[in-house]
Design a protein around this ligand. Structure first.
Ligand SMILES: Cc1cc2nc3c(=O)[nH]c(=O)nc-3n(C[C@H](O)[C@H](O)[C@H](O)COP(=O)(O)OP(=O)(O)OC[C@H]3O[C@@H](n4cnc5c(N)ncnc54)[C@H](O)[C@@H]3O)c2cc1C
Length: 416
C-alpha cells in the first residue's frame, strides 16, 4: 500500500504529535507513523516546564489537559540534610511561571484529538519506519512495517520525531554528525506512595556527597523518584538486593524508608534511564529533518525534553507550511531553506539548556569536601538572590518568555 502526502512524521511523541497538529492547522497534509498503539508509553517523565506550558497554550491544548495537570510551586534543593535553595515560582515575572506535571499519554491524546478534529492528519499505528525512500540522495518518504505488511509513505518532507534512538537519524546518515556523550550516571525511576508530610506542590532535589535523587509529585498522587547511580551500576546495585536500593533512597530521604519498602517490592517496579546527551551537528539532509530527542537528546535535569520537542514543532511548522506553499519547481529549495532556518532558530535555546543541565549535573556529583562546600555556598547565594535565580533558571524554564505582565500584575496584587 502507498500513501502520498506532503509531510511524513515518524514518531508520535510530544514532538511528532505537536508538529502534526500545528501543520494541519496551517492547512498542510500529514501522515504520522507511530510504532506503538493506543498511546502506550514506556515509563516517561511528566514534568512540563513553564515554557512548555506556554507552548501548549499556544497550540490550544492547555485547556483540554488542564484538569489533568498538577501545578508545581516550588523547587527545593537540600544538600547534606539542609535546605540550601528554595525557589518559589510565583516570584518569577513571567506570564507562565509554574511547571506542571502532566502524564504523557494524556498529553499525547489531547494533541491527537485536536489534530483529528482539524482533519488532514492520517495516523498509522502501529507502523514502524524501517527504510527511507530515496530519489538520488534526497529522501522522499519512508517504508514502514505494519501488522498488514509493508507500507510506503511518499512525502515531500520526512520528519524524524522518533526519539532518542531515532531510526530516521541513523537511516539518513545524520548519525554520522551526531556526538553522543554518556553522562557519568544513570537514573533509576520508581514510584512511591506520596509521604503525608510532604508538600505536593514541590520538586525536591536531595544531594548527599556525590549522590543525588529527584523527588517529584506525580499526577496519579504518587511520588516519582529518580535516583542516580554510577553509569552501568545497575548490575552491582541489583546484586546487593532490593535492600540496597531501599538503603540508597533512605540515605537521601530518611523519612521515606517506609514508602520505599511499601512502593518497591521488586526490580520490575523500577525503570532504568540510560543518561546521555546527543548533539547532532546537522538536523537535516535533503528531504528530511529531525526534531525533539532525535535532534538533541537532553538529560532529565529540570525536565527539558518535552519542552524542547514542543518548541521544535511550533518553530518548524510555519516554516514547512510556507515552503510547501511554494511553486512545485522551487519547493525542494524552499524546504531546504526552511529546515536550515529551523535549526538556526532553535539550536541556541537547546545549547543553553544543555549547558545548564551539564553544569547542574556536575554540581550534583561533586563529592570532594571543599567542592561540595562550594556547591552549598553557590546554592545559598542563589537562594538569597531572586535576580540570580532568574538568571540561572531562565534558559531552562522561560526561554521563550520575556519578563513583563506577570510582574506588573503581581505588584498590583500586592498593592491592593
Ligand atoms: C524515564 C524518562 C523520564 C523523563 N522525564 C522527563 C520529564 O519529566 N520532563 C521532560 O520534559 N522530559 C522527560 N524525559 C524526556 C522526554 O520524555 C523526551 O525528551 C520527550 O518525550 C521527547 O519527545 P519526542 O517527541 O522528541 O520523542 P519521544 O517522546 O521519544 O517520542 C518518539 C516516538 O517515536 C516512536 N518511534 C520510535 N521509533 C519509531 C519508528 N521507527 N517508527 C515509528 N515510530 C517510532 C516512539 O514509539 C515514540 O512514541 C524523560 C525521558 C525518560 C525516558
Amino acid at each position: 500500500m502507498t500513501i502520498t502526502t506532503e509531510v511524513c512524521v515518524v514518531g508520535g511523541g510530544p514532538g511528532g504529535r505537536a508538529l502534526a497538529l500545528a501543520l494541519v492547522r496551517l492547512g498542510r497534509r500529514v501522515v504520522l507513523l507511530e510504532q506503538r498503539t493506543g498511546g502506550a508509553r514506556v515509563f516517561r517523565g511528566e514534568s512540563v516546564s513553564p515554557d512548555g506550558v506556554r507552548l501548549l497554550a499556544g497550540l490550544d491544548v492547555l485547556e483540554r489537559v488542564r484538569e489533568h495537570t498538577h501545578e508545581v510551586h516550588r523547587l527545593e534543593i537540600a544538600d547534606k540534610g539542609a535546605r540550601v535553595l528554595d525557589v518559589r515560582f510565583e516570584t518569577f515575572p513571567y506570564a507562565y511561571r509554574h511547571p506542571v506535571e502532566l502524564a504523557q499519554p494524556v498529553l499525547l491524546s489531547a494533541l491527537a484529538e485536536a489534530a483529528a478534529e482539524q482533519g488532514g492528519c492520517t495516523v498509522v499505528e502501529p507502523a514502524s519506519a524501517a527504510e527511507l525512500l530515496l530519489d538520488g540522495c534526497a529522501v522522499r518518504g519512508v517504508r514502514a512495517r505494519t501488522p498488514d505488511g509493508l507500507m510506503e509513505i511518499r512525502a515531500e518532507i520526512t520528519v524524524g520525531a522518533d526519539g532518542r534512538y531515532s531510526s530516521v537519524r541513523r537511516l539518513s546518515g545524520l548519525d554520522r554528525v551526531a556526538k553522543r556523550t554518556p553522562l557519568e550516571r544513570d537514573v533509576i525511576w520508581m514510584k512511591l506512595p506520596f509521604p503525608a508530610a510532604w508538600d505536593r506542590r514541590a520538586y525536591r532535589v536531595r544531594i548527599s556527597s556525590g549522590r543525588h535523587g529527584l523527588f517529584l509529585p506525580s499526577t496519579d498522587g504518587t511520588l516519582r523518584v529518580g535516583l542516580n547511580i554510577p553509569k552501568g551500576g545497575l548490575r552491582e546495585l541489583r546484586s546487593g538486593g532490593l535492600g540496597q536500593l531501599h538503603a540508597r533512597l533512605a540515605e537521601l530521604a530518611p523519612e521515606l524508608e517506609k514508602e520505599a519498602v511499601d512502593g518497591i517490592r521488586g526490580w520490575s517496579d523500577t525503570t532504568l534511564l540510560d543518561i546521555f546527551t546527543t548533539d547532532v551537528r546537522r538536523w537535516s539532509a535533503p528531504g528530511v529533518v529531525l526534531i525533539g530527542d532525535a535532534a538533541h537528546t537532553l538529560s532529565p535535569v529540570l525536565g527539558q525534553g518535552v519542552n524542547h520537542a514542543l518548541a521544535d514543532a511550533v518553530a518548524l511548522a510555519p516554516l514547512l507550511a510556507d515552503a510547501l506553499g511554494a511553486p512545485r519547481s522551487g519547493r525542494p529549495a524552499a524546504l531546504a531553506a526552511a529546515v536550515l532556518a529551523f535549526q538556526q532558530t532553535r539550536e541556541g535555546a537547546v545549547r543553553r539548556s544543555r549547558g545548564l543541565q551539564l553544569r547542574q549535573e556536575r554540581m550534583f556529583s561533586l563529592s570532594a569536601r571543599p567542592a561540595a562546600a562550594l556547591r552549598r555556598t553557590v546554592y545559598r547565594a542563589m537562594n538569597a538572590s531572586p535576580a540570580l535565580q532568574r538568571r540561572v533558571l531562565a534558559p531552562a524554564y522561560f526561554p521563550g518568555q520575556r519578563p513583563g505582565p506577570a510582574a506588573v500584575l503581581r505588584r498590583t496584587e500586592q498593592r491592593t
